[in-house]
Design a binder for this molecule. Structure first.
Ligand code: DQA
Length: 140
């Protein structure tokens, strides 16, 4: 069974309440339950933290044994050399996802410290971005 993990960064625990015009009105748990049901033939774990170092520690923990990591580092995408280095250090392929199309937003969101070492990048499809990332691992 293939083993994937979704790792969400800061403020993504507020999905459903946070700027719903940009990030939608569904909570991540609601979405995750549906996706887990749909993809019952894979192991799909979930981790969220608002703390940069915790995200790095989680990448180290899973990055040598899981089949894939779906990473939305949220605002740290644009600032964290540490998370970028962790993505580079580990063996498990990372797909970078964003709910919004960061390229159509403020210029500070155009920079990513993750993309250079990601297997691929999916942005702008709402929560469906995560599902597309899952499919990218299944269809390998
Ligand atoms: C985000 C985009 C980031 O720029 C922002 O800081 C987020 C969410 C997204 O999923 O669209 O928190 O990663």
């Amino acid at each position: 069974m293939i083993k994937l993990i979704i790792i969400n960064g800061p403020n993504l625990n507020l999905l459903g309440k946070r700027e719903p015009n940009i990030y939608g009105s569904n909570t991540f748990t609601e979405f995750l339950d549906k996706v887990k049901e749909k993809y019952s033939n894979i192991v799909l774990e979930y981790y969220q933290s608002n703390i940069e170092g915790e995200l790095i520690t989680k990448l180290h923990e899973v990055g040598y044994s899981y089949d894939g990591i779906i990473l939305n580092a949220a605002a740290y995408t644009h600032t964290s050399i540490g998370i970028g280095d962790a993505v580079k250090a580990i063996n498990t392929p990372v797909v970078e996802v964003h709910i919004s199309n960061t390229m159509s937003r403020e210029t500070f969101r155009h920079q990513s410290y993750i993309s250079t070492n990601a297997k691929g990048v999916i942005l702008g499809f709402g929560l469906q971005s995560y599902e597309l990332a899952i499919q990218s691992f299944i269809k390998e």
